[in-house]
Design a protein around this ligand. Structure first.
Ligand code: ADP
Ligand code: MG
Length: 703
């Protein structure tokens, strides 16, 4: 999306209100009133065919009759009139349309929505909405919405898919003391989408943090790209994490790939920090909009109370920043700023006697220590000390230290005095919270931001060369036979074309051939039914392992065929696969789905009961870098099993990293063909000994 267009849309120099009304209570009245009341400095043109003057402004019967240029038009007329208005705006060379009106795709009128987008594009305009509250900007004193006032002034900007939430958040900015520059309602996203606004806000001089409330993205990959390109922290709250995915639950991976996991993976890959709930979105946004990223893991906590110190310590562990003891020399110095019974280990407990001077000394010294990467300052209101003075002491200490690149968050626990001291701190750019765990969580967001910035800079390149043409040739043959499921043999050919290590597998059509092939592969062998109609071979009695001699091949051949016919009489049977018997190893599973939002998405987990019962799996949108692949291995709860526990040697993580990386490239490159796939199980051996994919499955998209 063109930034010039978005500038005109969101920071217009002139604005028209189409459907302006003189009747208080009507949206066409409220928007006009808000524009005037909130101090918009540009020209405002009310448009209404019957009125002559509203709220002291000259009214034009039609937008075309307005003299001079119009950057943006807010449209509030009923849905059925919108197409004509859009046409007129086009003729007037308006650049951006803020379509508040509802009654489009959200209520079954996708056709009407498509029509207005088409007209808008025809004239080179963009559309925000439809079905929105509007857009607000403190720095432009622009309230082009029906939300009653501009938000508390701040440095974050919010994009929300829920209009109702925008109005609520607008009001809550004052009670929660979290300021925003812009609040943008994005509604149906018929044209301008979240990715466009992320890119635009990344360039906006008045925004330092991009905050998102997301119900569902339309183009997940475009969003990931926008996130990757952004230079500012982005934080997202995703709602509706429970229903999604169930629809495509034909496969194991499908049923496990709920929105929470896939969106979570995508956010991480896009470098987007997550909020756990609305309150957390406010809290983290505040810190991210005011403080620099935390560039290392060493967190120091300064407190005047043991209780809040312990609460913060617990939170630090919970949110991934476990406390370490401060180095000896730091402890020795800090000891000077506290009574004998204080503690300089970390948390630094200045004790309840600590007044603003002690806080000043401790904060000023500690923030300047190279060991310290971030600081949480806690204060418990006491009878003897004054919260306002303490707040001033902290602020002065930070100023006097001259340190600006390390983040600080604060929590004052107490009553009104503490609350007003925190208001002061926030105004001074120091995020302050009513509870110690919240201050720590906000710090954790600043740490996550730094980690994500580093992660997203890795490029994803395949680890092994691939032969896409060979893979496509296999798929073409399957298509020619009118099938959309590959047999294990075919799936393994595709896997193998992408460098995935598979067990050697040959197809026997007759018993005699089976014996010959078993001898060729070498005993022991595994024999399996090969039928595109039998996806779960064991369920059909179609797998026999550890076949040691010729006689057993004969037996197995007959019983597998009999079992398969019994299981599904009409199944088309290609024959019996004779395959090398892989030595026993740790079972892991790989899977892929074609996510409706993000496209080819992969899953990794431990196999067997771990996946069945514990659902211990992790996801990534394809492709993944080797680094991301290695991180996936560490993300599952069963990670210690791969690392080697109780005398077991560690598994070949290097081989697994390559496997994941190559698999991700396979599902991406063949994304136009593959609907779902899995490798279940993959047997993984000791370090240096590699792994083997012993079962492979690919289901093609319906065409
Ligand atoms: P399905 O999942 O369709 O029932 P599999 O091919 O996964 O069939 O086989 C079932 C089980 O048999 C696997 O989980 C694995 O334990 C074992 N197995 C299959 N193939 C081999 C092989 N080549 N080497 C060793 N074990 C195997
Ligand atoms: Mg299997």
């Amino acid at each position: 999306m063109d930034n010039v267009l978005l500038n005109a849309l969101l920071r217009p120099e002139t604005i028209a209100v189409v459907g302006a009304s003189s009747v208080p209570g009507k949206i066409g009245y409220t928007v006009l009133d808000n524009l005037i009341k909130c101090g918009y400095q540009g020209k405002i043109y009310p448009i209404n065919p019957t009125a002559t003057e509203i709220l002291g402004l000259k009214v034009f019967p039609n937008i075309i009759e307005v003299p001079g240029k119009i950057d943006a038009a807010v449209i509030t007329v009923p849905a059925r009139l919108v197409p004509q208005v859009v046409e007129e705006c086009g003729k007037k060379k308006v650049k951006g349309l803020i379509i508040i009106t509802s009654g489009f795709a959200e209520s079954g009128r996708r056709d009407l929505e498509e029509q207005i987008v088409e007209t808008a594009h025809h004239y080179g305009m963009c559309i925000l909405g439809p079905n929105i509250v509007g857009t607000l900007s403190n720095s432009d004193k622009l309230n082009a919405s029906f939300a009653p006032f501009l938000p508390l002034n701040g440095k974050a900007s919010l994009v929300t898919q829920s209009g109702a939430l925008l109005i609520a958040i607008d009001a809550a900015t004052y009670t929660r003391n979290v300021g925003f520059d812009k609040l943008i309602s994005i509604g149906n996203m018929a044209d301008v989408n979240i990715a466009d606004l992320v890119i635009w806000l990344d360039e906006d001089p008045n925004t330092t943090c991009i905050s998102l409330y997301i119900e569902g993205l339309k183009d997940g990959r475009q969003f990931i790209d926008a996130g990757l390109k952004a230079h500012k922290p982005i934080i997202a709250l995703k709602s509706g994490v429970s229903a999604h995915g169930a629809a495509a639950a034909a496969s194991h991976t499908g049923s496990l790939a709920g929105a929470a996991k896939v969106y979570g993976a995508a956010f991480q890959q896009a470098g987007v920090i997550q909020a756990s709930d609305l309150s957390n979105l406010f809290d983290r946004t505040l810190a991210l909009s005011l403080q620099p990223p935390m560039k290392g893991d060493n967190l120091i906590i300064i407190t005047n109370g043991g209780g809040v110190g312990v609460l913060a310590t617990d939170a630090a562990e919970k949110y991934g920043l476990p406390l370490k003891f401060a180095p000896e020399d730091v402890q020795t110095e800090l000891k000077k700023y506290m009574p004998e019974f204080g503690s300089a280990k970390n948390p630094i407990d200045l004790t309840g006697q600590a007044g603003n001077e002690w806080y000043y000394d401790a904060v000023r010294y500690a923030i300047a220590q190279p060991w310290v990467d971030g600081m949480v300052v806690l204060y418990c209101e006491t009878a003897m000390t004054n919260p306002t003075e303490i707040a001033h002491g902290i602020k002065k200490a930070l100023n006097d230290s001259g340190i600006t690149g390390k983040p600080v968050t604060v929590s004052f626990v107490g009553g009104e005095k503490s609350a007003s001291a925190m208001t002061y701190l926030i105004k001074e750019g120091i995020p302050a919270y009513a509870a110690p765990d919240v201050a720590v969580n906000a710090m954790a967001a600043l740490r996550e931001y730094d980690n994500l910035r580093h992660m997203v800079s890795e490029a994803a390149t395949p680890c092994a060369p691939s032969d896409q043409a060979a893979a496509r040739a296999v798929i073409r043959r399957v298509r020619e036979e009118g099938r959309n499921t590959l047999t294990e043999i075919e799936a393994k050919q595709v896997f193998s074309a992408y460098g995935l290590p598979i067990t050697k597998t040959l197809l026997a059509r007759t018993e005699a051939e089976a014996v010959k092939l078993a001898q060729k592969i070498g005993f022991p062998v595994v024999m399996k039914i090969v039928s595109p109609d039998i996806l779960h071979k064991s369920d059909a009695g179609g797998v026999k392992v550890n076949i040691k001699d010729e006689a057993s091949v004969h037996d197995a051949f007959r019983s597998i065929l009999a079992n398969a016919r019994n299981y599904k009489a009409e199944a088309s049977i290609h024959g019996i696969a004779i395959q090398e018997m892989a030595p026993w190893g740790t079972e892991v599973i790989l899977g892929s789905v074609n996510d409706p939002t993000f496209g080819p998405t992969m899953m990794f987990g431990l196999g067997g009961i771990f996946v069945e019962v514990l659902k211990d799996v992790t996801f990534r949108v394809a492709p993944v870098s080797k680094g991301q692949a290695m991180r996936m291995l560490g993300e599952i709860r069963g990670a210690p099993i791969l690392a080697g526990v109780r005398g077991e040697s560690p598994r070949d993580r290097e081989a697994m990293g390559n496997l994941l990386c190559n698999y991700s490239h396979m599902i991406l490159e063949l994304g136009d063909e593959i609907a779902e796939s899995d490798a279940n199980p993959v047997l993984v051996y000791e370090e240096g000994k590699g792994l083997k994919v012993v079962d492979a499955r690919i289901i093609l998209k319906k065409k």
